[in-house]
Design a protein. Structure first.
Length: 212
């Protein structure tokens, strides 16, 4: 076989291998999204990289966390999925679990060692923003920084006040969240509540400030 023939065979082999890898990846992503734990386990046993990610940087662990799929998430954790990986939006698995209100996944990730007070948006800010009361309670019980702020200065209290999550505002005020914090535009939680027309929350914030 001459050199040209060898090169052609090598190219076809490389293409076939690449297609096979892509096929396995698609099968794994489908399995994760369908909550097919048996297929997930089988592909991992065959050597699939547990930290494989898509074009947006979403790892398998992130997909399971976003979907609230505790069983798949636990399988991935047992296979040492990287908790610190971030996607193109700078989200980690625990941030996605908190954002979507999946408390059991949040708990599993925390127990596995996930970071709770990372720079920027935190699980607490995300869960307060979306109104996930149980996640907020759990995170506060774990001792997270109640006054952490995002890159734009948003705190959990601001997020809950802006989005009219009354119960979360009450919880944060009971835990002595800082009322004086402001975002990059100089807006406090009270400013945001008033601007959004959330009079009940504005009253809660004013009453709390007067008592301090």
């Amino acid at each position: 076989m001459n050199k040209q023939s060898i090169f052609i065979v090598w190219i076809f082999s490389l293409v076939a291998f690449s297609n096979a890898i892509a096929g396995v990846y698609e099968e794994m992503v489908t399995a994760v999204n369908m909550k097919d734990t048996a297929t997930v386990g089988r592909l991992l046993q065959r050597g699939m990289d547990v930290n494989t990610s898509d074009a947006m940087g979403n790892t398998l662990l992130m997909l399971a966390a976003r979907n609230g799929d505790l069983q798949t998430l636990e399988i991935l954790l047992r296979n040492r999925a990287n908790l610190l990986k971030i996607n193109s939006y700078k989200d980690t698995a625990i941030l996605l679990a908190a954002l979507h209100g999946h408390l059991q996944c949040v708990v599993a990730l925390v127990e596995a060692g996930a970071e709770l007070d990372s720079a920027g948006w935190t699980p607490l800010i995300y869960s307060a923003f979306e109104g996930h009361v149980n996640v907020v309670r759990y995170l506060l019980m774990r001792g997270v920084n109640i006054n952490a702020q995002s890159e734009t200065g948003i705190s959990a209290l601001m997020a809950a006040s802006r989005n009219n999550h009354v119960e979360i505002v009450k919880i944060l005020l009971e835990k002595k969240a800082d009322l004086s914090l402001s975002n990059q535009l100089g807006q406090t939680a009270l400013n945001m509540a008033e601007a959004a027309g959330h009079s009940d929350i504005a009253k809660l914030l004013k009453d709390s400030e007067n008592r301090r």
